[in-house]
Design a protein around this ligand. Structure first.
Ligand code: NAD
Ligand code: GLY
Length: 370
């Protein structure tokens, strides 16, 4: 079962191939894109252990020479130190400009290897082989690459589009349930931001997706990628419409920052709370109905994701601290607050100049300490 979505970026257009058995056929897909039959697979130790051998064998069967660089799993790898280590290892392999990096892992590996590809010898091609649901529906598509610094996440990076994305649904079999739920937050985001029919389908099929039913995954990943591809083709560098993909991310990021970006609260979980808050804030502002906010929250909760700040920790977050994080968001312009809000389910829009007083009142009403 294969579905292919094209990201229409002119001479940098590429396909996102979604389906089963793709790792075993990766060589057939990747070999025709190579100038010299030489690749470096970048992965983390968990993904490498589960699936690395199959990917190498598949490339070698297609006559492609493979080196594997295995990095430690976890967000801390997406750092200046991680980038220096990876760049040095690529140089030691003698990778040339015409060769290819294959990013094989979740968003951490995709973002880091993609950024390394954007600057290695002033830029070489790379392919994304995403192995988490989050990476398949979001981070592997669209060309955003980055590392974190102690001052914040994804602050140093580049737009560098991959040449191909191979999203093999079979690899999700080894993904922990908590990571599946985190990826689902990004899936339902597409329904909430722009496709009511998809949202309704997800309401009825949440368990099939989380239980990794192939047909349900093809539809969920396929529709998510289709929507992302369309938005990226219209607004590659996020001058406008691409910001819609950040639905729930400004609220979520503020809570994540307060929790210290650790395992206690994962990004997808923070986005779950953030999307529910974006709908509750929209309802409070009279932009959408309170029934829509209740329905959005129920659909997020059905995946086992948190939707309230009190689901994250019992002691209240401080409203002022949350507002300060919102002001540092990459969407913020000239000190004003920008949020993705909604006029209904499937009708998100970018709201510039959100008033601090209205935001503060909402956050206190929503459970933050005043
Ligand atoms: P991740 O890459 O850390 O993967 C999560 C965990 O799952 C890791 O421990 C990893 O080793 C493990 N794993 C991955 N695939 C597996 C598999 N098939 N089986 C078993 N274990 C597996 O996390 P993530 O959620 O994929 O990505 C999060 C990152 O993505 C963040 O750094 C975030 O900033 C970034 N991101 C980027 C974009 C973008 O547009 N570039 C979008 C969203 C998120
Ligand atoms: N994940 C948000 C974006 O790609 O723009």
């Amino acid at each position: 079962m294969i579905r292919t979505v094209s990201v229409g970026l002119g001479d940098r257009a590429y396909d996102v191939v979604i389906g089963t058995g793709l790792i075993d056929r990766a060589g057939e897909h990747i070999a025709p894109l190579l100038k010299r039959k030489r690749t470096a697979i970048v992965t983390d130790s968990i993904v490498g252990e589960h699936h690395g051998e199959r990917l190498s064998v598949s490339l070698e069967r297609a006559g492609v020479a493979v080196d594997i660089i295995v990095l430690p799993p976890g967000e801390q790898t997406k750092s200046f130190a991680g980038l220096a280590d990876l760049s040095d290892r690529l140089l030691a392999l003698g990778l040339e400009r015409g060769d290819m990096i294959v990013a094989f892992g979740g968003g951490v590996i995709g973002d880091l290897a993609g950024f390394a590809a954007s600057i290695y010898k002033r830029g070489i091609d790379f392919i994304q082989v995403p192995t988490t649901l989050l990476a398949q529906v979001d981070s592997s598509v669209g060309g955003k690459t980055a590392i974190d610094t102690p001052r914040g996440k994804n602050l140093i990076g580049a737009f560098h589009q991959p040449r191909l994305v191979l999203a093999d649904l079979d690899v999700l079999a080894t993904l922990p349930g908590r990571e599946m739920a985190c990826g689902y937050a990004e899936v339902i985001k597409y329904g909430l931001l722009g496709d009511f029919t998809f949202f309704e389908w997800l309401e009825s099929n949440v368990h099939a997706v989380l239980e990794r039913d192939t047909e349900a995954l093809v539809r969920a990943v396929g529709r998510s990628v289709e929507m992302k591809a369309q938005i990226v083709a219209e607004d590659e560098k996020e001058a406008g419409r691409r910001a819609l993909l950040n639905l729930g991310h400004t609220f979520g990021h503020a809570i994540e920052a307060e929790m210290g970006f650790g395992d206690a609260l994962k990004h997808g979980e923070a986005v779950g709370v953030g999307m529910a808050q974006a709908f509750r804030f929209s309802a409070r502002q009279g932009l959408c109905s309170s029934q829509d906010a209740v329905r959005a929250e129920a659909a997020i909760k059905a995946a086992g994701l948190p939707t309230r700040m009190s689901d994250v920790r019992p002691e209240p977050f401080l409203a002022e601290a949350l507002i300060a994080h919102c002001g540092q968001d990459k969407k913020a312009e000239g000190g004003t607050l920008t949020f993705v809000l909604a006029r209904g389910i499937g009708e998100a829009f970018v709201a510039k100049d959100v008033g601090r007083a209205a935001l503060r009142a909402f956050l206190v009403e929503d459970g933050a300490g005043g």
